[in-house]
Design a protein around this ligand. Sequence first.
Ligand SMILES: [Zn+2]
Length: 55
Amino acid sequence: MQNISLYFTAKKCHSCGNTRLGNGEGSFKITEEGFTRNCKCGASIQTCFAENRNQ
Ligand SMILES: [Zn+2]
C-alpha cells in the first residue's frame, strides 16, 4: 500500500498544487479504474491505472 500511496501523492493538485494526503490534507479512494483523490481545497484529481483510457 505504501507504494501506491507514494505514486498517488506524486500527482499534484491542479488547483492548489498540494501533493499531500492524510492528517486533514485530503483523502483518496481506489476504484476499478484508478484513484480518485479529494484534495483539502475541494478539487478532485483522478489518476487512471491505464492512462490512455480516459484521454
Ligand atoms: Zn488542492
